[in-house]
Design a protein around this ligand. Structure first.
Ligand SMILES: N[C@@H](CCC(=O)N[C@@H](CS)C(=O)NCC(=O)O)C(=O)O
Length: 217
């Protein structure tokens, strides 16, 4: 049985953003059964969790007694298990892999920088100058991505793949801003891919799990 390990609860700003969503979504698209396992939010520094995820992050993927971390690696593994997630033809598969890495390597760091500034550094006296700088870089990346997506329904291979899961969840990272929607092709792409029933099911399940573990006041 496949299991996804994630944290039991997060504060409101992280609802719908936890990266276990990538794995839940892929497994829903593939129709593969899985269960969730939860680690306490503050329990990720212990040796047991570090043995699974050396950086103390979530998610962790478990299958047949073996575990993996890094959502990109896990998505590529899942792509080998289901035709719903990946084309079979080599060139199309390479295009999918290329865009999955582009999402996680060329777009995610720029958007994550905005989140780090907005969530953790807003009270610093250097915040605004630094924030303006990271936004400028992020806008450049998003503009380049919009130029590609203006002519495409999906990001790679002319069909839905794990690269769309990576790219869409990356674009969601800055959902506290209107940055993505300020580029029409990106807003349309994100809305189109998020409308998929498997995404909606995975998101609803993530939110329900977070609510079920909310601290009692
Ligand atoms: N590159 C990692 C990133 C994982 C990641 O950033 N997870 C977040 C939650 S969505 C986390 O655990 N953050 C806490 C931290 O970095 O200490 C992956 O894709 O699996």
């Amino acid at each position: 049985m496949i299991a996804i390990h994630t944290v039991d609860w997060v504060p409101p700003f992280a609802r719908g953003l936890l990266r276990d969503l990538r794995l839940r979504w892929a497994l829903e698209e593939a129709g593969l059964p899985y269960k969730m396992k939860f680690v306490p939010l503050m329990g990720r520094d212990g040796p047991d969790w570090r043995a699974l995820q050396p950086f103390g992050q979530i998610p962790v993927y478990e299958e047949g007694g073996k575990t993996m971390f890094e959502t990109g690696a896990i998505l590529l593994h899942l792509a080998t298990k289901s035709a719903a997630l990946s084309p079979a033809e080599a060139d199309a598969k390479n295009e999918m892999t290329t865009w999955l890495f582009a999402a996680l390597n060329s777009v995610e760091p720029q958007l994550q920088a905005i989140v780090m500034h907005d969530r953790f550094h807003r009270d610093k006296d250097w915040y605004q100058g630094a924030r303006d700088g990271v936004e400028e870089i992020a806008k450049k990346r998003l503009g380049d991505l919009a130029s590609v997506l203006k002519d495409r329904e999906f990001i790679a291979a002319g069909r839905f793949t794990v690269a769309d899961i990576a790219m869409t969840t990356v674009l969601r990272i800055v959902m506290h801003t209107d940055l993505v929607e300020s580029f029409a092709p990106l807003g349309a792409y994100k809305a189109r891919i998020e409308a998929r029933p498997a995404f909606q099911k995975a998101l609803a399940a993530q939110l329900a799990d977070i609510d079920a573990h909310a601290p009692q006041s």
